[in-house]
Design a binder for this molecule. Structure first.
Ligand SMILES: [Zn+2]
Length: 308
């Protein structure tokens, strides 16, 4: 199995220039530069045109809100994010969610939107010091906050999650339908890494809890951020030794079944199942096992919302 490539949300090209985050003079000069581009994000949405290009504003056009440095491209253009109400869209523009357009945007824009949504989600939900409840103040670059009462510094949270494709000795893959998912949607298994646990241990535990299957030979494939609201998806393969029966945990899963490649293709073509969207790492892992692209069961873009 080849390593995963071209994961939709792991394509960013803009240098994060981390050494500039606390350089107030540099940040002020960048904000005053008319070439600087600002991406406004609100509840995981940004303005897009044609589902393929982000719409930026200049610093004077940017609404008031929490500001953070996203980076600088090879041409020297600096990008900031602002978490605020979206500006009025130009004609032909739409507000779209990262999960709707993440696979359609170009590399630069997919990376910028992923980065901006992740930081905005953190700022929106981590507004007070966890030690004493004082409202925190963002540091100049917007990548950390500080408590004015006790001086403690706080950094963005990312929650590691594992997602794994399990195969049996006949190389059939295990697909399951989450109890909370609609109709025919199935995917590979996934779950959060617990405190004090390795990613590989989390893979074995989650597969066991959800399906009763014991796995061996857990191996890492690749990762992509999934800031909805703050996960990092770590992709794995694992083997299920012979002679095991699936015993679904009905609080988590509605059903789980083994699929050969032929059975999977037939189930997709008959619309018996719907696979995860191309923006997800699950889609890439399933296609990597399958050995090539699968027929699309996902009509993108489905939910891009017109602004009213
Ligand atoms: Zn504090």
């Amino acid at each position: 199995m080849t390593p995963l490539r071209d994961l939709a949300l792991a394509r960013g090209t803009v240098d994060r220039v981390t050494h500039r985050r606390n350089d107030k003079d540099w940040l002020d000069a960048a904000w005053a530069d008319p070439r600087t581009r600002v991406l406004v994000v609100s509840d995981g949405c940004a303005l897009v045109r044609g589902h393929t290009d982000l719409i930026f504003v200049s610093p004077p056009e940017a609404p008031a809100g929490t500001r953070f440095l996203l980076g600088q491209d090879a041409d020297g253009v600096v990008y900031f994010g602002v978490s605020a109400e979206l500006p009025a869209p130009p004609p032909g523009a739409l507000a779209a969610l990262l999960r709707e357009v993440g696979a359609l945007l170009g590399d630069r824009d997919a990376g910028l939107l992923t980065h901006a949504v992740a930081l905005a989600n953190w700022h929106d939900t981590h507004t007070h010091c966890p030690l004493d409840g004082t409202p925190t103040v963002p540091e100049p670059g917007g990548h950390s906050t500080r408590c004015p009462a006790d001086g403690s510094e706080h950094f963005p949270r990312t929650d590691p999650a594992v997602i794994m494709l399990v195969t049996d000795p006949d190389d059939r893959c295990l697909l399951a339908r989450n109890a909370a998912w609609p109709g025919r949607r199935v995917s590979i298994l996934a779950g959060f890494v617990e405190p004090g646990e390795s990613a590989e241990q989390a893979v074995a535990r989650e597969v066991g809890e959800e399906t009763g299957i014991k796995v061996t030979n857990v191996r890492y494939l690749g990762s992509q951020p999934w800031p909805m609201p703050r996960s990092l998806m770590l992709g794995f393969r694992a083997d299920a030794p012979a002679g095991q029966a699936i015993a679904v945990d009905e609080t988590e899963l509605a059903e789980a079944h083994w699929f050969s490649r032929d059975e999977l293709l037939a189930a997709i073509r008959s619309r018996e199942i719907v696979l995860p969207p191309p923006v997800s790492i699950a889609s890439h892992i399933i296609e990597s096992w399958f050995g090539g692209p699968l027929p699309s069961t996902w009509t993108e873009p489905r939910g891009a919302r017109a602004l009213t």
